[in-house]
Design a protein around this ligand. Structure first.
Ligand code: TXA
Ligand code: MG
Length: 342
């Protein structure tokens, strides 16, 4: 199958493919999603297949307007409307309990709940409208690879396996949406996956405590968020996290071990390590926003670097606001390992 690159003028063509059960990757403000009609079980089955994703890991249903929830959701959480009003379209996925059999079980992983999100990308919102159905959209990467933040990443992983990619350049945020569990209308909201909409922002809007659930599920439990059970975001090269004050010690250690080091960093750290690093992936500036935007692209680029690196170093950030989302992804990529002087 030839994977076509669609631009905005070809939205009709892309929407028609989706309506007929084909697969088209779409841009969002977070990462690229692998689109298929959420109402066509055969199309959704292909999504799992081309990604190589375990089929008990449920998908997010992407909608173009809140009214599209109606066929699926009735018993909405009291906080739902306020959150949709404030954060949609945007990087917030909401889990609701759904009407029985309103979605194919292959979408929900057989759960009585489902995840919904209205992405903040005008082309994709238009695509969903034209396809006239909600779209599932897991990140458009091979399962286990960093999520794609450009059409080129999607092509790298899925070329030949999907009908097309709607190209809208590099995604703005760089990590996947915040997943918030609102499935029990009598319980407080629980963050299942941190994203660009932070716990602090949610608490400010709701004027209530928001819980965070990041526990690793056991084999017998169904996973509630990606990465809980399955290895995620892991490049082939080992990754190590480096705290601000530890960069010179980390570089010295690597030299002593004769390791070729790739560094992901903003300009200040890059300047500090530039004579010792074998390759550098430079974030746009020193901010956590720039690091988050560049993290997956940087991991992909250095992982495939012709320098054949032995180890990748990446900077840590305080775990609040967007930093919680950045560190959540980085810790998974680094398998929790921090550089420590001994
Ligand atoms: O930013 C994003 O959310 C991107 C873009 C493309 O929209 N999509 C994305 O999808 O990250 P995915 O499938 O890679 O991650 C969604 C995760 C699922 O893996 C699942 O663990 C969780 O959301 N999820 C989905 N339905 C759920 C449910 N009913 N209960 C609990 N968690 C659920
Ligand atoms: Mg994913």
């Amino acid at each position: 199958m030839e994977t076509k690159i669609f631009d905005q003028s070809q939205l009709n063509e892309a929407a028609a493919i989706l309506a007929e059960g084909g697969l088209v990757a779409f841009p969002t403000e977070t990462v690229y999603g692998l689109g298929a009609s959420a109402l066509l079980p055969n199309a959704v089955a292909q999504v799992y297949q081309v990604k190589g994703r375990p089929s008990d890991n449920p998908l997010i249903v992407h909608i173009a307007e809140p009214e599209q929830l109606e066929p699926f959701v009735d018993n909405k959480h009291p906080f739902a409307d306020k959150l949709m009003e404030t954060f949609w379209p945007g990087p917030l996925t909401l889990i609701f309990s759904i009407k029985k059999d309103s979605l194919p079980s292959i979408v929900t992983g057989g759960l009585s709940t489902a995840a919904f999100r209205m992405p903040n990308n005008t082309k994709t919102l238009a695509l969903i409208k034209q396809a006239q159905q909600p779209l599932v959209g897991p990140s458009a990467n091979t399962s286990g690879k960093p999520s794609p933040t450009s059409a080129a990443h999607v092509q790298h992983d899925l070329a030949g396996k999907i009908a097309g990619i709607l190209d809208d350049g590099v995604t703005q945020i760089g990590v996947e949406s915040t997943v918030l569990d609102l499935s029990d209308p009598t319980a407080p909201p629980v963050i299942l996956r941190p994203g660009a909409i932070s716990k602090e922002q949610l608490e400010a809007v709701l004027q209530t405590k928001v819980l965070v659930d990041q526990h690793l599920v056991t084999e017998s439990e169904a996973p509630k968020a990606p990465g809980m059970k399955y290895k995620h975001y892991a490049p082939n090269t080992n990754v190590m996290m480096v705290n601000d004050q530890d960069w010179s010690a980390a570089m010295a250690w690597a030299k002593e071990q004769q390791l070729k080091v790739g560094v992901l960093a903003g300009p200040t750290i890059a300047e500090q390590v530039r004579f010792e690093a074998a390759a550098i992936y430079l974030f746009f500036d020193d901010s956590v926003e720039a690091a988050t935007k560049g993290l997956f692209a940087g991991l992909r680029a250095l992982d495939e670097s012709i320098a054949e690196l032995d180890i990748l170093f990446a900077p840590t950030f305080p775990e609040s606001g967007l930093g919680a989302a950045y560190m959540n992804r980085l810790k998974k990529a680094a398998n929790q390992s921090f550089f420590q002087e001994n």
